[in-house]
Ligand binder design. Sequence first.
Ligand code: KIV
Length: 259
Amino acid sequence: MQKVTIKKILNRKNKKPIVCLTAYSKAIAQIADKYCDILLVGDSVGMVLYGMKSTRDIKIETMILHAKTVKKFSKRSLVVFDMPYKTYTNKFVAYKNAKRIINLTKCDAIKLEGGKKIASIIKYLISKKIPVVGHIGLLPQTSVNFKVKGKISSQRKKILEDAKAVSNSGAFAIIIECVVENLAKIITKKIPIPTIGIGASRNCDGQILVIDDMLGLSEHYPKFVKQYSNLKKIIEKSIKNYAKDVKLKRFPANKNIYK
Ligand code: KIV
């Protein structure tokens, strides 16, 4: 089993698509590790596991616990820690938090949301040897509307400039969230680092999905999600059968297991 490295991810530009998923737990890390190049401990954990209203509500300490677990139980994938809201308000705050996160969790890189505005922060982190993944397009931490981006030309221009700024700052990959297909294609063509799409078409160098969305465990699904399973149904059926067995005294089985 060969560990995925940043160099290997960089080499995947315009080559074999990069497979990424979010992961927050031991079981998912162990399974996804076999098939994914990158596991992202996303701030989506707040909404997905804790029922928070927004990704802004998750605290760094909670994410550190999840990241420690994901890192511990994944041997092959590159593990990326998604910096929560307001933990990178300037380069010094960003460095202090990122350094602590990497030290405690042993994650391989961190991810920040934003383009031109945070380019100097990305540059600074990289100068301090902290590998960075960028995130442009729809930015859940700061967006006021969650609509597809890049339909109007001023927005397209800004997102392309954001992509270039993140790439020029030294990030080794960039997540593009919810942008029109053609814009994802242009960005992927124009920047030298791999692009990873979420709702940004197959024109990207890789894809990422929120694990609970693709497994069918979520309550609401973005349009772009493909559900590969309906775990909610499977879990409900299992619990229903267990409850029935307990009530009918069919479980535990009538045999002495402690002989
Ligand atoms: O937190 C997250 O899950 C993310 C993905 C949507 C890319 O940032």
